[in-house]
Design a binder for this molecule. Structure first.
Ligand SMILES: [Zn+2]
Ligand SMILES: [Zn+2]
Length: 260
């Protein structure tokens, strides 16, 4: 199983990119750092550019899309996203792009990809559920709430990369202006630790899973706190799962060899 890996190249408000690889075929979910920085991190973590099949884009916000066009051109791989997101990116026709519809399974090389709409303040934001060779991975960051559509499709995934953006108390006392706090708190904002914990319980199908918490705020959260809140909720419900939280502006590798 050593040929299955998830590498968080970047996570947080400064940039997001997740490398998901099974049997030598990789997808990059979001490319929110400049292309040179992404290429450097790929090289540092042993993510071979030649394995990349496509870049998937969840939404057009800069911390997810910044390097996508340049990386796609450099590596000669397409950017896959729904039509509204591609339009919102406003790229020239020199960027190789492919439209994928929401809520339909699409074949991308050896992968099956499904985009699931989520509430967030972008044009048509989605989470992704990915499957290859029996390995299922969900990537859901930048969402104000976790709806039934997403739970239905992502429940039981081997790895769930889930947003845990803020702790409610830390957000309350943070120096952010109120209009920003209200945006984060709103239904089209970001997930709190508590909401992520409740979602993790719903997403657990009673078999071992890995939860990787992403997009942890540098100001309004602490990675160990996010991990504990989600891990305790799963333990309270007797759900078998491993939980890790990725510190803001850092990367992490999820090893899929040991699945318990
Ligand atoms: Zn974001
Ligand atoms: Zn966003």
């Amino acid at each position: 199983m050593a040929d299955r890996r998830v590498v968080v190249l970047a996570s947080g408000s400064a940039g997001n990119a997740v490398w998901v690889e099974v049997e030598g075929a990789a997808l990059l979910v979001d490319a929110g750092l400049p292309a040179e920085a992404l290429l450097r991190r790929m090289a540092e973590t042993g993510c071979a550019a030649g394995s990349l099949v496509a870049i998937l884009l969840t939404h057009e916000h800069d911390d997810h899309a910044r390097g996508a066009a340049a990386l796609a051109r450099t590596l000669g791989v397409p950017v896959l996203a729904n039509e509204a997101t591609l339009r919102a990116c406003g790229w020239s026709c020199t960027v190789p792009c492919e439209r994928i519809p929401n809520l339909q399974s699409v074949r991308v090389g050896s992968w099956t990809v499904e985009a699931v709409p989520v509430p967030h303040d972008a044009t048509d934001p989605v989470a992704f559920v990915l499957e290859a060779a029996g390995t299922r991975v969900a990537v859901a960051t930048d969402l104000g709430d976790v709806g039934e559509d997403l739970v239905e499709r992502a429940r039981g995934c081997d790895v769930v990369l889930l947003e845990a953006n803020y702790d409610l108390r830390l957000l309350g006392v943070s120096p952010y202006p109120w209009f920003v706090k209200n945006r984060i708190l709103g239904r089209t904002g970001h997930l709190s630790n508590d909401t992520a914990a409740a979602a993790a319980v719903r997403l657990n199908a009673g078999r071992p899973q890995r939860f990787v918490l992403l997009h942890v705020s540098e100001v309004n959260n602490l990675a160990p706190l996010a991990r504990d809140v989600v891990a305790e909720a799963l333990a309270r419900e007797g759900r078998p799962a491993q939980v890790q939280a990725v510190r803001p502006n850092q990367g992490a590798e999820v090893r899929l060899e040991g699945r318990t």
